[in-house]
Design a protein around this ligand. Structure first.
Ligand SMILES: *Cc1c(COP(=O)(O)O)cnc(C)c1O
Length: 725
C-alpha cells in the first residue's frame, strides 16, 4: 500500500519545472529563432507554474475542499509558509528593484497592486497568487458545491483568458474592453490569484482524487492513455498559441484554453509514473523552490560578472546565459537546502531529546509500517484498514500514530468519542474518522464542524440525530449479539427507518464481534451466528431497495480468526500495534507482527538503605540487608500498574532486571539496583521494550497484572511524551 502513495513522478519533475521557469526569463532559444524561443518559453514552459499549482491543490487543498478534513490547519500552515517566503523574496529583490527603478513614484494604490497581484518583482506574482487563489476557493466553498466551484473557477479562467492571450478578441468589443481596462488598473495581468490559480488548484484536487479515472484498466495502460492525451492536448495547445501569435491576439501569453487539459494530463502521467522505493523528496522540493525564487537574482549576478570580467558572451548569448543561470541557481539553492536541512535535523533532534527527559513512549514507525503492510496483505484487495486510534492510539499517541498511518496511505480511522476525533482534526489529520461510541446531542455541532462520522448507536439515538436536523455522516451500528451498542438486528423496520432520515448520510453499517478471540467450537458458532444475523440485515436492505453502504465487522481477532468475514473496512486496533491481547495469541503471530511501543523512564535518584529499613509508602517492603535502590520517574499515573508493586514487576536498566521495591506511587516507583553496577541518576530504565539482550514485552506486563495488553497500553498516561523513531 505504500507504493500506491509515492509521488516520485511529481517530485522528480519539480526541478525540471523550475528550470523551465528559468528558461522563460532567459529565452535560451532566442539565438536560433523567434519561433523556437516562442515555443520553448511561451508554450512548453507555460506548463511549469500550473504544475506547481496542481501540487498545492492536491496536497494542501484536497482534503479541505472535498470535505473530509474540515479544519484549516494545513491551509493555515501553507499560507503562513507562502507569506514568509514572499516576505523574504520581497526583501531579497528590494535592492535590485530599487536599482532598476521599479519602485519610483510609488503610491499606496500602486503598492497595493504590486503586493497583492503583480508581485513586487516580476516572478514573485506566484506567491500572492497562491495565497489569493486559496483564500478565494475557501470563500467559494461556503457558498458552492465542489461542482459549483469547478464551474466558478472555470469561468474565472475564461475571463482571465480574454485578458491574456485572447485579449485581441476582447478588445474588439467596446464594453468588454472597458471592463478589462478597469481591471488592468487594479492588476497588470489576469495571470494572478483570481483568474489563473483557482482552476489549477482544483485540477490538482481533481487529479489527486481521480488517479483512476480512465476506468478499471491496468496502471500501464492508464499511463499510456495519459501520455497520449497529454501529447494530443499539448500539440493542440501549441497550435493554439501559434495561431494566437500569428493573429497578434496576445496581450500576455501565460494562459491558453488548452493549457488546462495539457497540464492535467501531464500531471496524471507523472502521478502514474512507475517508481521504485520511497525516497525523501525534501531536497527536490526545497531546491526547486530555491531556483524559482533566486534565479532572477542570479541573472543580475551574471550580468554584473559579465561586465566586470568583460566576458560579454555571458550576458549576450541567451543560451549561454540560460545554462549559466540554471547551473548557478541550482548550485546556490542546493547549498541553501543542505544548510537548511542540517538546521532542521538539528532542531528535530533537539526536540526529540527534550521529550526524553522524564517518561516517554517510543513509537517504532518501521514496526508500525510492517504491521500495516502485513495486515493489509491478509485482507482482500477491496477491504481497507480503518485503524482504531481510540484511547490515545492504545497509549501510543493518537496524533503521532495517525500521522504515521496517514503517510502509509491509511485514510480512515475510528475513535471512541467525538473529542478524540476533534483532537486528530485539530492536529491536521485528514481522512474519514468514525466515532464508535455515544456522542451527546450537545456535541453534534462538533461532529459537523470537524467532519466526523457518528455511529448510530440505536433507533432511539437516530431520532435524536434526526431532531438535530443538520446533515451528518453516520455509520449504523447493528447489535448481533454483543448487546452493547447498535440497533438489534431483528428490528428491520427500525433500521430501514434510519436510512430514511433525510439529514443523515449513511456511509456505513457495521457490527462488532464479541467472541472472536477464542477458537473453541462455542465461540465459532456464536461468531458465525453474529455474521449470519448481520448478513440478514444486509439482505433486508437489498430487498427494500436500499443502497448498501460500506460494511464492516472485523476487529483484530476477526481479521486473523475469521478472514472470510472481511467487509469494506477492518477496524483493526491491537494487532496494528504489533501484539494481541494475550501472550499466547501474540506468540502465534510473533514472526509477522512487530511490537510498536517501548515505554522508558529516567532514574531520578540512587541511594543505599540498610537492613531493617522500609522503603516507599507503608511498611510493605523492609530491607533484609544493605541494598541500593533507585527511584524512577514513573508511577501509576503514567501507566506503570500499581499491581506490579513489591517485586511483582521489574524494569530493565543497562540490560539487567531491577525488581520493583515497595508500592508503586502515583508519580514514582522504587526498584532494586543492588546487583547492577554503576546506576546513576539520569539513566534510562526500560519498562516495556528492549535493553541490551533483555526484553520486557507488554504481554509479560499484562500477565503479571492479570489483564490484557490493551488494558496496559491504553492506560499509559498523558504525561508520557510520545516520540516517533
Ligand atoms: C476497539 C474497537 C475495535 C478495535 O479492536 P481491536 O481488538 O483492538 O482490534 C474495533 N471495533 C470496535 C467497535 C471497537 O470498539
Amino acid at each position: 500500500m505504500q507504493a500506491k502513495n509515492s509521488y516520485a513522478g511529481i517530485d522528480n519533475f519539480r526541478i525540471p519545472a523550475a528550470i523551465l521557469v528559468v528558461a522563460i526569463h532567459t529565452s535560451p532559444f532566442a539565438v536560433f529563432s523567434d519561433s523556437a524561443d516562442f515555443f520553448l518559453t511561451r508554450v512548453l514552459a507555460r506548463i511549469a507554474v500550473p504544475f506547481f499549482f496542481l501540487i498545492t491543490g492536491q496536497f494542501v487543498l484536497s482534503d479541505y475542499l472535498t470535505g473530509t478534513w474540515e479544519p484549516f490547519v494545513k491551509i493555515g500552515k501553507y499560507l503562513k509558509k507562502m507569506g514568509i517566503l514572499y516576505g523574504i523574496s520581497i526583501l531579497l529583490y528590494l535592492p535590485i528593484g530599487i536599482y532598476a527603478g521599479h519602485y519610483k513614484n510609488l503610491s499606496i494604490y500602486s503598492l497595493f497592486k504590486m503586493i497583492v497581484f503583480d508581485g513586487t518583482f516580476y516572478h514573485l506574482w506566484y506567491f500572492p497568487a497562491c495565497m489569493i487563489g486559496i483564500l478565494l476557493l475557501c470563500l467559494l466553498k461556503r457558498f458552492l458545491s465542489i461542482r459549483g466551484m469547478y464551474a466558478a473557477a472555470g469561468l474565472l479562467y475564461l475571463a482571465g483568458l480574454f485578458g491574456d492571450s485572447y485579449y485581441g478578441l476582447a478588445e474588439k468589443i467596446p464594453a468588454a474592453a472597458l471592463v478589462y481596462e478597469a481591471g488592468f488598473s487594479i492588476w497588470s495581468y489576469t495571470r494572478n490569484g483570481l483568474f489563473m490559480a483557482p482552476v489549477f488548484f482544483l485540477c490538482g484536487v481533481y487529479a489527486g482524487r481521480c488517479r483512476t479515472y480512465f476506468g478499471s484498466v491496468t496502471v500501464r495502460k492508464k499511463r499510456f492513455i495519459a501520455c497520449v492525451c497529454f501529447a494530443v492536448s499539448f500539440l493542440l495547445m501549441t497550435a493554439e498559441a501559434f495561431t494566437l501569435r500569428c493573429f497578434k491576439m496576445q496581450r500576455h501569453d501565460s494562459m491558453y484554453a488548452l493549457l488546462i487539459p495539457s497540464v492535467l494530463f501531464f500531471y496524471q502521467m507523472l502521478l502514474l509514473w512507475p517508481c521504485r522505493k520511497k525516497k525523501d523528496f525534501w531536497m527536490q522540493r526545497t531546491v526547486s523552490l530555491g531556483i524559482y525564487i533566486i534565479h532572477p537574482a542570479m541573472i543580475v549576478v551574471l550580468r554584473l560578472a559579465a561586465k566586470v570580467s568583460g566576458l560579454s558572451v555571458m550576458a549576450e548569448n541567451s543560451l549561454v546565459q540560460f545554462v549559466l543561470t540554471a547551473v548557478l541557481s541550482y548550485a546556490v539553492s542546493y547549498v541553501i537546502a543542505v544548510v537548511l536541512r542540517r538546521i532542521r535535523k538539528k532542531k528535530e533532534q533537539d526536540k526529540q531529546k527534550l521529550k526524553k527527559c522524564r517518561t516517554w513512549v517510543e513509537i517504532d514507525s518501521k514496526a508500525l509500517g510492517n504491521n500495516v503492510t502485513f495486515i493489509q496483505n491478509i485482507l482482500p484487495e477491496n477491504c481497507k484498514l480503518m485503524p482504531a486510534v481510540k484511547a490515545n492510539a492504545y497509549g501510543h499517541g493518537d496524533v503521532e500514530t495517525a500521522s504515521c498511518l496517514r503517510r502509509m496511505g491509511v485514510d480512515a480511522f475510528c475513535v471512541a468519542c467525538a473529542s478524540e476525533g476533534v483532537r486528530l482534526r485539530r492536529a491536521g489529520i485528514g481522512g474519514e474518522i468514525l466515532v464508535l461510541g455515544y456522542t451527546h446531542p450537545m456535541q453534534f455541532g462538533l461532529l459537523r464542524r470537524y467532519c466526523l462520522s457518528q455511529t448510530v448507536v440505536d433507533a432511539d439515538y437516530a431520532k435524536q440525530l434526526k431532531r438535530y436536523g443538520k446533515k451528518l455522516h453516520v455509520h449504523i451500528g447493528i447489535d448481533t449479539g454483543m448487546h452493547r451498542l447498535g440497533e438489534r438486528w431483528e428490528n428491520t423496520e427500525e433500521i430501514l427507518q434510519i436510512f430514511r432520515i433525510k439529514n443523515l448520510i449513511v456511509d456505513g453499517i457495521y457490527t462488532h464481534l464479541s467472541a472472536d478471540e477464542e477458537k473453541g467450537e462455542a465461540n465459532r458458532q456464536f461468531t458465525m451466528q453474529q455474521a449470519i444475523h448481520f448478513a440478514n440485515v444486509l439482505d433486508e436492505l437489498k430487498e427494500h431497495g436500499v443502497r448498501q453502504p460500506k460494511v464492516h465487522m472485523q476487529a483484530s481477532y476477526g481479521v486473523f480468526n475469521y478472514p472470510a468475514l472481511a467487509g469494506d473496512f477492518a477496524r483493526v486496533g491491537i494487532a496494528l500495534y504489533g501484539v494481541l491481547s494475550t501472550g499466547n495469541d501474540t506468540e502465534e503471530w510473533r514472526e509477522k507482527l512487530k511490537p510498536v511501543l517501548s515505554l522508558k523512564t529516567r532514574v531520578a535518584s540512587v541511594r543505599e538503605i540498610y537492613a531493617g529499613e522500609t522503603a516507599g509508602y507503608g511498611f510493605s517492603f523492609r530491607a533484609e540487608r544493605t541494598m541500593k535502590i533507585a527511584a524512577l520517574s514513573i508511577g501509576y499515573a503514567d501507566g506503570f500498574p500499581r499491581a506490579l508493586s513489591n517485586g511483582k514487576g521489574a524494569v530493565l536498566i543497562r540490560g539487567s532486571a531491577a525488581p520493583v521495591v515497595g508500592m508503586v506511587c502515583m508519580d514514582q516507583a522504587l526498584v532494586d539496583v543492588t546487583e547492577i553496577t554503576d546506576v546513576r541518576a539520569g539513566d534510562v530504565a526500560v519498562v516495556i521494550g528492549i535493553s541490551r539482550e533483555k526484553e520486557i514485552s507488554v504481554c509479560d506486563l499484562a500477565e503479571r497484572c492479570g489483564t490484557i495488553t490493551n488494558d496496559i497500553l491504553s492506560r499509559i498516561g498523558e504525561r508520557a511524551q510520545r516520540v516517533v523513531v
